[in-house]
Write a new protein. Structure first.
Length: 139
């Protein structure tokens, strides 16, 4: 069932490379409304918890150290069919395979430093949004 919210992070590589503005522009022009937004940095502990579902994957330790290596922008976004439409807007996990014009195609360099996160389900969008934002931080 489609719902109307997803969660995103602009990852440390995209922040460091000066792409916050370019990525937010794509998100807003893509029809997403910003419900909540925060500029912050994960610690190895919080990044490890956020990516706990990937604990058994071989890249888990690298992912946790990359995601805590610098500041990120976290946000909750709203749009009809948000999860699916946002996954379409960001493109494939591997930027080399991401469709032209997608955020990862435009702003990402590699499969690990791939510029942006997008929730993969309604359930995870709710969990991930709650990880960063209180009710009073949502508009
Ligand atoms: P997604 O971000 O497109 O949903 P996931 O499979 O959920 O992709 O993986 C989470 C994150 O882990 C990716 O965005 C990427 O940063 C990293 N990652 C995924 N696959 C690999 C890999 O094969 N090598 C290194 N990092 C990876
Ligand atoms: Mg994922």
């Amino acid at each position: 069932m489609a719902t109307n919210r997803t969660f995103t992070m602009i990852k440390p590589d995209a922040v460091a490379n000066g792409h916050i503005g370019g990525i937010l522009d794509k998100i807003i022009k893509g029809g997403f409304k910003i419900v909540a937004m925060k500029y912050t940095q994960l610690t190895p502990e919080t990044a490890g918890k956020f990516y706990e579902v990937h604990k058994e994957r071989p890249f888990y330790n690298d992912l946790v150290s990359f995601m805590s290596s610098g500041p990120i922008v976290a946000a909750i976004l709203e749009k009809d069919n948000a999860i699916e439409d946002f996954r379409k807007l960001i493109g494939a996990t591997d930027p080399a395979k991401a469709e032209a014009g997608t955020i990862r195609n435009l702003f990402a360099k590699s499969i690990d430093a791939n510029a942006i996160h997008g929730s993969d389900s309604d359930e995870n969008a709710a969990i991930e949004g709650d990880f960063f934002f209180s009710a009073a931080e949502r508009f």
